[in-house]
Design a protein around this ligand. Sequence first.
Ligand code: ATP
Ligand code: MG
Length: 250
Amino acid sequence: MEIPRSHPRYHSLMTREKLAEAFRKGLVVPEGLIAHGRGECFDYILGEMSRDFALEAERAGVAMLLLADHPVLSVNGNTAGLVAEEICELARIIDAPVEVNIFHWSDERKRKIAEELEKHGVEVYSRNDAVLEGLESARRIVDSRGIYRADVVLVPLEDGDRCEILKRHGKKVVTIDLNPLSRTALMADVTIVDNITRAIPNMIEFAREMKDWDRERLERVVESYDNRSVLRRAILAIRDYLTERAGELE
Ligand code: ATP
Ligand code: MG
């Protein structure tokens, strides 16, 4: 489908097209399309830009991943469909493996996602040889080399129960979620309230800048970070943006 560049919703429509294509290729499930729609709605009422609180969380998330002994970037269908190349670039810079972990279980889809990531020349973990106890969904099945032993996990577009289990297993969780009210957003250590299509490129920039920093400097970034305040600012940003838009109609 041709989307004219001049269309006011060009970026949003291109992103949809990308996800629809990933759906047709079998990387994304129909439920993923619905989840994206929920994300789009929050993006709309946040003004479709990376706000200061998002940049702050992206920076803290990168610092946490750089400080980790075993960082892992967890990739699901939507993440692979939208930012496969970018997440692999981030993995390279911070020297972390990527692991395929999906909610709606299918060996075939898992393999397809792994192949998509491998095209970008990174190490992809997709063994089904360890279990995170306490979780009902298929996402409890993980790779013993990856999420199972990780101390910091980036889990974008995550469901709340999985985030909770990762926390219960003592892991630090960095998430990307446009809904600052979701259970995931509330439970994570670092919640990036931003569209994943902007968040990962921003994180690549931060990672390039910060990868040679000494540990103390990175620790200061993590220590001064306050996730509750970031979430509060995200919710208030929605309120203020809506007030502004309503004001335009006066
Ligand atoms: P929870 O279980 O945490 O309360 P949920 O059930 O609402 O959340 P899920 O559908 O399980 O959420 O997860 C998808 C989440 O990802 C949603 O909160 C949605 O807003 C968010 N999301 C979807 N697409 C994007 C995107 N492109 N960028 C960032 N966030 C997104
Ligand atoms: Mg949920």
